[in-house]
Design a protein around this ligand. Structure first.
Ligand code: LIP
Length: 290
């Protein structure tokens, strides 16, 4: 596969993302067109399914030898392999989509040997496109290099950070407790053993959160429970911007794209020290993931 034309694949992925975007913005999700999967907060709409169909059909037509993994057609037990694979979340931020809150994206990634290699994240409501090819930099709207400004030093460690987190759709059990307690500790004063972060944000799209870290506006994004289709595309964009992805559980510097535990940090001097300080504030350990 050494002779794959990554630029051509990237360009095609962008054209598909834009087409998918037209379907997303033209849709009017209603209660009737909305269902749920695991529980009442794990939403899916007819538009999620229609967009995934459009994306997978177009990709299979052009690249019949490549594998495809999508949120809406994933079956428990399906495994990501080392084959060239398109990894797609047709609507990342479905809850926002249903509520007409415009923090929504199509997340289209491509992995090779389990390594996130091409990333395209497109918010059709704001016409914002993030894209990257491994080894070739990351871009916003194709012409602005990420990060948008020279990355500053992490002057005050975790306490100076703006941190994105997500509650996700699991609302009980060990992992829910790890999140709840860690959110509280991150916010608490240093005198009380906390991180005194500048702020915690919960916007509702993993892919756009990763692009926010790549862009430099967000310092950190920490989550467990989401999937390869939520992060594969954003991962490439993050790394190409000089950011780093590690495990949400302390100690693992090399997480897997399908590992379901993610901790992204923007570029900047002192990056690794902040990762270690943050890990020291994690309350317990997530059980989800490989
Ligand atoms: C969602 C993510 C969100 C995460 C949810 C869910 P969806 O994706 O992007 O950040 O917390 O668990 O996976 O369901 O909107 O495609």
């Amino acid at each position: 596969m050494a002779d794959l034309n990554l630029q051509e694949i990237h360009d095609f992925m962008i054209s598909i993302a834009r087409k998918a975007g037209e379907t997303i913005t033209a849709a009017h999700p209603t209660a009737g067109a909305t269902g749920n999967k695991k529980n009442s907060v794990d939403l899916v709409t007819e538009t999620d399914q229609a967009v995934e169909k459009l994306v997978s059909t177009s990709l299979r037509e052009k690249y019949p030898d490549f594998a495809f993994m999508g949120e809406e057609t994933y079956k428990p037990g399906d495994r990501l392999t080392s084959a060239p694979t398109f990894i797609c979340d047709p609507i990342d931020g479905t809850t926002n989509f249903v509520h007409t809150y415009p923090y929504v994206s199509i997340s289209l990634g491509f992995s090779l040997n389990l390594v996130p290699t091409i990333g395209v994240v497109y918010n059709p409501f704001t016409s914002t496109l993030y894209s990257a090819i491994k080894g070739h930099g990351a871009y916003k709207n194709l012409d602005q290099t990420l990060p948008l400004s020279a990355p500053s030093k992490f002057e005050t460690g975790v306490s100076g950070c703006l941190v994105a987190v997500e509650w996700g759709s699991d609302r009980s059990g060990n992992d829910f407790a790890v999140k709840s307690k860690t959110f509280s500790r991150l916010a608490a004063t240093k005198e009380n053993g906390g991180g005194m972060v500048h702020g915690l944000r919960s916007f509702g799209s993993a892919a756009l959160n990763l692009c926010g870290v790549a862009e430099g506006g967000l310092d950190i994004y920490w989550e467990a429970g989401c999937w390869a289709w939520d992060v594969c595309a954003g991962w490439v964009i993050l790394e190409e911007a000089g950011g780093m992805m590690v495990d949400a559980n302390p100690g693992n510097w090399e997480p897997r794209v399908d590992g379901r535990r993610y901790f992204a940090i923007r570029p900047g001097e002192g990056q690794r020290e902040v990762v270690e300080e943050f890990w020291g504030l994690v309350e317990g350990a997530f059980e989800v993931g490989v």
